[in-house]
Design a protein around this ligand. Structure first.
Ligand SMILES: [Zn+2]
Length: 153
């Protein structure tokens, strides 16, 4: 289920320079024309998404895990785990990609990805912190509804 999230979306990322995290959150704020707003918080328990380094993302730049889902289906705590290597896993781009899956609403391993020709941050192997017209359209569709609105069952 995809539910339009709360705003501001709170992100805890203690292992990153906040300016790197800001590049990713600014990207989504721009794509959604300010409908999605982010706040970087220190306390992981207060965050909608917790970003952390871990080796369990073997073979990928990152994976995400949802471990607490409220009765309404709203994801209230999401861990996003990152590999430190390879260096091609640009931190801002990877953070933006995983936030797209977890907080913006582009859920799923396959459904949440865009075709390679789109050249945007939600491609499986995204190379740019960029949005395609389709990605912009989908994100704005989800975020045009009030908080908590079920978008897709
Ligand atoms: Zn992905």
């Amino acid at each position: 289920m995809i539910i339009r999230g709360e705003s501001p979306l709170k992100v805890s990322a203690p292992e990153w320079d906040p300016t790197v995290v800001r590049l990713a959150t600014n990207f989504w704020e721009e794509v959604t024309q300010g409908k999605a707003q982010f706040q970087i918080v220190d306390d992981p328990l207060q965050a909608h998404a917790v970003l952390k380094f871990a080796e369990i993302a073997e073979g990928f730049c990152a994976i995400y895990q949802t471990n607490n889902i409220s009765r309404t289906g709203l994801v209230i705590l999401t861990n996003i785990s990152f590999r430190r290597q390879p260096a091609s896993c640009s931190e801002a781009r990877v953070i933006a990609h995983e936030l797209g899956h977890t907080l913006i609403g582009l859920l799923g391993d396959t459904k949440g990805h865009t075709p390679t020709v789109y050249g945007d941050v939600m491609m499986v192997s995204a190379v740019a912190l960029a949005s395609s017209p389709v990605l912009r359209e989908v994100a704005n569709f989800i975020w045009s509804y009030p908080p908590g609105t079920p978008i897709i069952d």
